[in-house]
Write a protein that binds this ligand. Structure first.
Ligand code: T3D
Length: 253
């Protein structure tokens, strides 16, 4: 995994990869370079067995402010602008890479997460928030529909939601005082990175498929995935550790 990105900071601590979107002067708005780098790092993390948990967060006072709006002005002023849906395919690739990542992905949100940045957070498996977090779909304010999966992940979010409110409605898994935010994120990521990673990937597949399946289809998939889970070293280790009355040491295999 390279680390010389222009707009990302990438830190690896054991099996945890933390990806920090790093354009703080623009509240980490996405330009083309940062979007391409996010796709690259996300797809590389998915392939890398040494990484067993990924944390996505933002530098400075925000998680992210969505698409960089300075790029919209020239786009709408040219005679024959490219269709925005072509540009969106890049965001879709990122969303699908996050969603399909065969290991847990945590969005650690402090400050604002607006527009596509909000929907990137929603595409992650878990969200933890500082009490200064703001989730803001922002699109309608500039006359756009929610993109990057916003219409899929959260059809009912039409207005701004604070960190504490997001916890109350189940939008984030945990909200905490800003002072505890970094340590709590690290502890959660390290705990997940020590878990049965292959089984986590199967659990993600089961849960995300069940959302638009019926019970019969989900039960059938459950059997297929459990067959695969039964074959993992981590399943054998989990049972052995239980019988030996010790803590399991999962390898992610
Ligand atoms: O394919 C496609 O391209 C379409 C995809 C679209 C996806 C989208 O994400 S659309 C939604 C785009 N995002 C927004 O509409 C949000 C715009 N930003 C805001 O509404 C506010 O900045 C916030 C509510 C996020 C935060 O407000 P506040 O008061 O805390 O900060 P600020 O002062 O507005 O921003 C600080 C700086 O960041 C400021 O720059 P300056 O004046 O200090 O030089 C501001 O211009 C800049 N900034 C914030 N958001 C963006 C941005 N610059 C470019 N693009 C931004 N999105």
């Amino acid at each position: 995994m390279r680390s010389d990105f222009k707009h990302l900071l990438v830190e690896q601590d054991g099996a945890v990869l933390t990806v920090i979107m790093n354009r703080p002067e623009k509240l980490n708005a996405f330009n083309d370079v940062m979007l391409q780098e996010m796709i690259e790092v996300t797809e590389a993390a998915a392939r890398d067995d040494a990484i067993r948990c990924v944390v996505i967060t933002g530098a400075g006072r925000a998680f992210g402010s969505g698409q960089d709006l300075t790029s919209f002005a020239p786009r709408s002023n040219t005679g024959n602008p490219p269709r925005v849906s072509e540009h969106l395919t890049k965001y879709h690739r990122l969303v699908l890479a996050l969603r399909g990542m065969p290991k847990p992905v945590i969005a650690a949100v402090q400050g604002v997460a607006a527009g596509i940045s909000c929907n990137i957070a929603l595409a992650c498996d878990l969200r933890i928030a500082a009490d200064n977090a703001r989730f803001l779909e922002a699109f309608a304010r500039i006359g756009l529909v929610p993109d990057g999966g916003g219409g899929f992940f959260l059809p009912r979010l039409v207005d701004e939601v604070s960190g504490p409110e997001a916890e109350r409605i189940g939008l984030v898994n945990k909200c905490m005082p800003l002072a505890e935010f970094e340590a709590t994120t690290k502890a959660l990521a390290q705990r997940l990175a020590r878990g049965p990673t292959r089984t986590y990937a199967l659990i993600k597949q089961l849960i995300y498929t069940s959302v638009d399946s019926d019970l019969e289809t989900t039960l059938e998939l459950e059997g297929e995935l459990q067959d695969q889970a039964f074959e993992t070293a981590d399943h054998r280790e989990g049972v052995t550790a239980f019988l030996e009355k010790r803590a399991a040491q999962f390898s992610g295999k």
